[in-house]
Design a protein around this ligand. Structure first.
Ligand code: BES
Ligand code: MN
Ligand code: ZN
Length: 476
């Protein structure tokens, strides 16, 4: 991981990124006459907004921003550009990147540094030749004044937390089953300072978590239910509860996912769990003044001998009976028990996050999070604002009661399958039944795991949700 730090003085000769509104050279940049001449000429064309090049082994990059544009869009431009410059620096095994900011907005420096640090991520622990492939970038230096040590600290924390989430998502199920995931949370709790309690199968059975047990029935591995809690000089009286889907692998169960391809990425089905665990890590490391509880029901979903069969009627933890018509709609089965469990905390607000429906991805692709819920407007607005701030944007879907009708069963209280339309919403409505508190639902099936690198988001696990939650709780 690269560290983001402030530095008072320029370090001449190192790789640089200059952020400005218009191009103008400064002696601090340490550019040669030829380099200045080239940039002067290049930016004469007012349409040109960025240029990066390798000048005799030194990466030189200039980004011109338009402060009249919406703030969050400018920030994202800086993040993306920071990411691309980090890639160039890594391309020539550079260790340091200096960011100069000629504008008055220090936030542009933070954003560029964040993009660079996030782009520096690699998942190469399983490569036996990793040594020669490891990124060289170690320091991202913000040159100038006005930087806030607290903000820098939080930036480093949230980048490292995002890294942890990405690592968990990228780890395959043969190396990360439900128990391993729970153990990973225990480690994170120890390191950052939050409580972690893990229920095993015996306890889950005693609690009659029928949804979680039904999904686990076809597996040889035990399910886990993890409870994480952080409280420090909390501004909120009632706790916020986060719930993350922890399906460590989703084969679809007996409703087996079809070949080819549809199962390949399904180690990512615990991305919601990774997001809440890593968010807890960041919140605790930064010692935010909040009380947050995170719940993770975890299991793999497999078609083993005792696997739950379409048609089965499952009694959930709250006593609701569910006609289980498709074992690939397993996420809602395990989340329902966790949402019911959350009632005991009398939450101020509960937010769940899950790679829940292919329909979410079909609707908006990998660019954003499908969201919905009945939370007070002040919270849904705040989440949407955080989504814009960190560019994990929320696309809010309707949450009308009509959609719940589709989940009625003729022979049980509910079924776990709706019609072929509005699949993300019917899943959300299914879950709402298990709540008695303000509720908001985030479906990250699209952005959690992406097929190709996209700016500072690496191929594979992206860590979606971590920065969103951190921004949300950072300003509670
Ligand atoms: N884990 C999947 C959803 C998913 C799809 C996540 C693609 C990431 C990428 C989920 O458990 C699932 O299989 N959902 C079904 C629900 C259906 C059977 C009602 C789906 O979306 O097809
Ligand atoms: Mn599924
Ligand atoms: Zn799933």
């Amino acid at each position: 991981m690269a560290t983001i730090q402030a530095q008072k003085k320029a370090s001449p000769g190192s790789h640089i990124l200059v952020i400005s509104t218009t191009w103008k050279n400064h002696t601090d940049y340490g550019l040669s006459k030829e380099e200045v001449g080239y940039l002067d000429g290049y930016f004469k064309d007012a349409a040109k907004k960025q240029q990066s090049f390798n000048s005799c082994g030194r990466i030189i990059s200039v980004l011109l921003v338009d402060p009249k544009k919406e703030a969050h869009l400018v920030m994202e431009t800086c993040r993306k550009h920071g990411g691309s410059v980090a890639d160039m620096v890594n391309g020539i095994k550079g260790k340091d990147l200096n960011i100069y900011n000629a504008t008055k907005q220090v936030s542009y420096s933070y954003a560029a540094a964040e993009g660079a640090a996030l782009a520096n991520y690699q998942f190469i622990k399983h490569k036996t030749t990793a040594k020669d492939q490891k990124n060289a970038l170690q320091h991202i230096n913000l040159t100038g004044s006005g930087f806030d040590a607290k903000v820098l600290n939080k930036l480093n924390i949230v980048v490292s937390a995002t890294t942890k989430a990405r690592d968990l998502v990228n780890e395959p199920v043969n190396l990360l089953n439900a128990t391993d995931l729970a153990n990973a949370f225990k480690h994170m709790g120890k390191e950052a300072g939050f409580k972690v309690e893990v229920y095993n199968k015996k306890k889950i059975t005693e609690l009659k978590m029928g949804g979680l047990l039904s999904v686990n029935a076809g597996s040889v591995d035990e399910p886990t239910f993890t409870i994480m809690e952080y409280k420090h000089k909390a501004k909120n009286k009632k706790p916020f509860v986060l719930v993350g889907k922890g399906v460590v692998y989703d084969t679809g169960g007996l409703s087996l996912k079809p070949t080819p391809n549809s199962m390949d990425a399904m180690k990512c089905d615990m991305a919601g769990a990774a997001a809440v665990g890593a968010a807890m890590y960041a919140i605790a490391k930064a010692k935010l003044n909040v009380h947050v509880i995170a719940l993770v029901p975890a299991t793999d979903n497999r078609p083993g001998f005792n696997a739950f069969a379409p048609g089965d009627i499952i009694t959930m933890m709250d006593g609701t009976t569910v006609e289980m018509l498709n074992s690939d709609a397993e996420g809602r089965m395990i989340l329902a028990d966790a949402l019911h469990f959350a009632k005991r905390y009398k939450p101020e607000l509960t937010i769940d996050i899950a790679t829940l429906t292919g329909a979410a991805m079909a609707a908006i692709g990998t660019s954003g999070i499908v969201s919905m819920g009945n939370a007070p407007k002040k919270y849904s607005d705040k989440l949407k604002a955080s989504g814009n701030n960190v560019f994990e944007r929320l696309a809010e879907f309707p949450f009308w009661d009509d959609y719940a009708d589709q989940m009625k069963s003729d022979i049980a209280d509910q079924k776990n399958l709706g019609s072929s339309y509005a699949g993300s919403i019917t899943a959300g409505k299914f879950l709402e039944k298990y709540t008695d508190y303000p509720y908001y639902h985030l479906d990250i099936a699209g952005p959690a795991f992406i097929p190709a690198k996209d700016g500072y988001r690496p191929k594979g696990g992206t860590g979606t949700g971590v920065r969103l939650f951190f921004d949300f709780f950072n300003s509670i």
